[in-house]
Design a protein around this ligand. Structure first.
Ligand SMILES: [Zn+2]
Length: 338
């Protein structure tokens, strides 16, 4: 019911022209919509990854065709916001370096000539079940746990040691089903993708949440990943994606000091000229926010979950700034100061 109501609202915004107006307005403002993908899979049942990480191959291909026909698809590493454009600028990024990016996404990337940046963890290349959330989900499934997503969110706050202990306790006496499709790409896959024009950035060495680590360890995670990618692929690694989007002022400054030119976060906003280049916002994009209730790719859903929500947030921020300037002005006037 909730889905149908949302669909009716999306339809209203689409056919009333509101979504188109938001798109036009963002392109005039020189904003860039940066999308984050993780996994491109045909079969969502043969994985322990959460739904919010998965887009179907067919949907991804249709999205690529749609973006190329109505937007200016740019690279997040070479573009900067601020210049008005005829078509709204959109950039595509992938986090984690899953093997399915090579197997299922690369054909669409090639076919539609879409610039893409993939953020790799050099400490987790060519591994099955490289990341702890898939192991945790497999263990939680054996307990018939209903609130898997909230359990994963809780585990994100743990230190690596605490988390390992918690997952081992969940696995005790059980036989979790790990999936062979849950694996990361090899350097060979990455190298082939680089030859096809795909750019590679850093997602740190081991994908630990940087704000949970001592600063010297966080530094090593960012520094070693950059070096490994540059050495293995023979390219410049100029961009960083913070694991889980978490960063602090210290982490942000470290990224700049280590030679990264920009760093990507996960807050669902549009990238504008006033954004910090070391906190570039992105829209996590997955099957659920790209398809209609019948399961088919829907341009209206894409516009609603990215363009519209980005435009609303940008205007809310502008309104807040305007009101706070006005209230400061009125306070000054009340206190007799100019
Ligand atoms: Zn990640």
């Amino acid at each position: 019911m909730r889905k149908l109501l949302q669909w009716a609202w999306v339809h209203f915004l689409y056919f009333s022209g509101c979504l188109w107006w938001a798109r036009f307005s963002l392109s005039k403002a020189g904003a860039i919509v940066v999308l984050t993908f993780h996994r491109v899979l045909e079969d969502q049942t043969s994985t322990n990854s959460q739904d919010s990480l998965i887009v179907r191959g067919k949907t991804f291909d249709q999205l690529c065709a749609y973006l190329k026909s109505g937007y200016q698809v740019v690279s997040v590493e070479t573009s900067t916001p601020g210049e008005a454009s005829k078509r709204l600028k959109v950039a595509c990024t992938f986090d984690d370096g899953w093997e399915d990016n090579y197997r299922n996404a690369l054909p669409s990337i090639r076919r539609h000539k879409v610039p893409v940046s993939i953020f790799l963890c050099p400490g987790h290349m060519d591994q099955a079940n490289a990341f702890w959330p898939e192991r945790a989900v497999a263990a939680l499934k054996t307990w018939n746990e209903a609130s898997i997503d909230s359990c994963i969110e809780t585990l994100k706050g743990f230190t690596p040691e605490q988390r390992q202990r918690a997952i081992s306790a969940l696995e005790q006496g059980k036989t979790p089903t790990l999936m062979s499709s849950d694996r990361t790409m090899s350097w060979q896959d990455a190298s082939e993708m680089a030859s096809a024009g795909v750019r590679f950035g850093s997602h740190t060495m081991m994908h630990e949440i940087l704000t949970n680590l001592p600063l010297d360890v966080a530094r090593k995670e960012m520094e070693e990943a950059k070096e490994a990618i540059e050495n293995r692929l023979g390219t410049t690694c100029s961009a960083l994606a913070y694991p889980n989007g978490n960063f602090s002022d210290e982490i942000r400054n470290l990224a700049a000091e280590l030679g990264y030119r920009r760093a990507l976060a996960t807050n669902r906003e549009v990238w504008t000229e006033t954004s910090d280049a070391f906190a570039v916002p992105r829209f996590n994009t997955y099957e659920g926010n790209l398809v209609n209730p019948m399961g088919s790719f829907s341009p209206a859903m894409f516009m609603y979950t990215t363009v519209w929500q980005g435009w609303i947030k940008l205007n809310k921020a502008k309104m807040n700034a305007l009101f706070s300037r006005r209230s400061v002005k009125s306070l000054r006037t009340e206190s007799g100061r100019p």
